[in-house]
Design a protein around this ligand. Structure first.
Ligand SMILES: Cc1cc2nc3c(=O)[nH]c(=O)nc-3n(C[C@H](O)[C@H](O)[C@H](O)COP(=O)(O)OP(=O)(O)OC[C@H]3O[C@@H](n4cnc5c(N)ncnc54)[C@H](O)[C@@H]3O)c2cc1C
Length: 463
């Protein structure tokens, strides 16, 4: 029996969406295979690889070479600048129901990029920023070009015990020379260069034996040209802490013990310091004229059951910026069920379920499926599971009402949505490489949406 060629939309061109697209192509379904479109609200693909992974982690970004493969022989179609379900950063959005008329199945891979809150007084002050917003700003995400974080004050607080907290601290502490060779937009480089920051305080709720940093990331803050590390551990490390079973935690502990024994670098010669302050939780932010002017932190202890308990002892630090790096949640996807608690779309193995029943033709993968955990590679196995479920269901899914590309483009245009394709993105890519060459960097990002779209369409308009 000849099977009709199914049309599948993957919404979100981050790692999970692109791994899913590659798995769909490789599936060898029917005679003609599967027609796959990857939609993204931005004109640029790669999600958090482009807008989350730290700009100075150049090697990590080389995963792009793998992720872009399905687009090169034009086997997968990119439809950028298409926000689904909501308006996206100035770009109009197309309702999910409209897409359902054009595709046999839809894989939602929209990630989870909403900052979690600390829930403490003062958090609403200007200068109190979630890491999602702050990282997006320095990575040149078009939604955050106007963020303008206050960088004049010498003190900054970063709250969190994971790699994102270290990324933020490191970027703030690096010298102009260390950042100029990265892909950060010129405007961000100027702001970081002019910054008056001297002391970056990283607050960690638990002890040095509990941190979830990757040892390689921790090591990097000890190797900065411009900044020294100072460990504040209330003498715990000198007294000796039992080595944790986890290898990475053990390596972190060894490194921290060495740094603490070296006496930190209070008398050091470098102009900036990264203070790692263990067993401390911010309890309120202080403000002047509506802006952050300080942070009050409480000292914690770990009780016999391993729980963090506040001691009531407080100290105040002068800071002008507080970045909380305590994790992410997701926004509901309009038209799909949503679990507010986990910030995910309820699913079984990638099949979206509503009230325990699968929603025909609806799938999820990546952070929107399992929550904001795991590294880029984790999304590959995750996407494979989702695609396996989709392939099992495909023979039973009805063909879409409008299976042709022209009717899709007409429907998008009716919502004022004018997609950019892969060739358009390659023009923007080339423009960023050109800007990079002028600054002695591999690439310099174009951040403003209008400028991104102008670069995408530059040649098209000339011809
Ligand atoms: C700050 C930070 C640093 C990180 N650093 C590393 C690292 O160094 N190494 C590592 O291995 N992992 C790192 N990670 C984790 C890694 O980035 C994630 O595992 C991965 O990006 C999750 O992939 P995803 O496709 O689910 O989501 P995302 O990468 O967020 O992709 C989602 C895509 O969906 C699009 N989208 C969202 N809403 C819509 C909509 N309504 N319509 C259309 N498109 C939409 C977005 O524009 C985006 O392109 C980091 C994460 C963060 C937050």
């Amino acid at each position: 029996m000849t099977l009709p060629q199914p049309r599948v939309a993957v919404i979100g061109a981050g790692p999970s969406g692109l791994y899913a697209a590659a798995a769909l192509l490789a599936a060898g379904y029917g005679d003609a295979g599967i027609s796959v479109d990857v939609l993204d609200r931005l004109p640029a693909p790669y999600g958090l690889v482009r807008y989350g992974v730290a700009p100075d982690h150049v090697k990590m970004k080389s995963v792009i070479r793998v992720l872009q493969k399905p687009f090169d022989p034009a086997e997968v179609h990119f439809l950028g600048n298409v926000a689904v379900g909501r308006d996206g950063g100035g770009a109009p959005g197309v309702p999910l129901e409209v897409l359902r008329e054009h595709y046999t199945a839809i894989v939602h891979a929209t990630g989870s990029s909403v900052d979690r809150a600390l829930g403490i007084p003062g958090e609403e002050l200007a200068g109190s920023i979630g890491s999602g917003a702050f990282v997006s700003w320095y990575c040149g995400h078009p939604d955050f070009t106007e963020l303008d974080p206050p960088l004049a004050h010498p003190g900054v607080a970063v709250v969190g015990a994971g790699n994102v907290a270290l990324d933020v601290a490191r970027v703030l502490a690096k010298s102009h020379e260390e950042m100029a060779g990265t892909d950060i937009p010129d405007r961000v480089l100027d702001a970081l260069t002019r910054s008056g920051i001297r002391d970056v305080h990283v607050f960690v709720r638990r002890g040095p034996q509990h941190v979830r940093f990757t040892p390689a990331e921790l090591r990097q803050i000890g190797e900065l040209a411009n900044a020294e590390v100072v460990v504040h551990d209330d003498g715990l490390l000198a007294a000796g802490i039992e080595a944790p079973e986890d290898r990475r935690q053990r390596q972190n502990l060894e490194m921290l013990t060495r740094w603490a024994a070296a006496g930190g670098s209070e008398g050091g010669t470098k102009p900036r310091r990264i203070h790692l302050r263990f067993l401390r939780s911010p309890v309120r932010l202080l403000g002047e004229h509506g802006r952050v002017s300080g942070v009050v932190v409480e000292r914690n202890r770990i009780d016999a059951d391993g729980r963090v308990v506040g001691t009531g002892e407080e100290e105040t630090l002068d800071v002008g910026l507080v970045v909380r790096a305590i994790g992410y949640s997701a926004e509901p996807v309009p038209g799909l069920p949503f679990d507010e608690r986990s910030g995910t779309v309820p699913n079984v193995g990638g099949r979206v379920v509503r009230d325990g029943e699968p929603v025909p033709g609806a799938y999820v993968t990546g952070w929107i499926k399992r929550g904001p955990t795991g590294v880029i590679g984790t999304n590959k196995g995750d996407a494979a599971e989702t695609v396996a479920a989709l392939l099992e269901d495909l023979p039973h899914l009805p063909a879409p009402a409008h299976p042709d590309r022209e009717s899709l483009l007409e429907a998008l245009a009716a919502y004022g949505v004018h997609p950019v394709d892969w060739t358009d993105w390659l023009r923007l890519d080339a423009e960023e490489l050109r800007l990079g060459a002028a600054r002695g960097a591999e690439r310099v990002k174009v951040a403003e949406l209008a400028a991104m779209l102008a670069a995408c369409r530059a040649e098209a308009e000339v011809s």
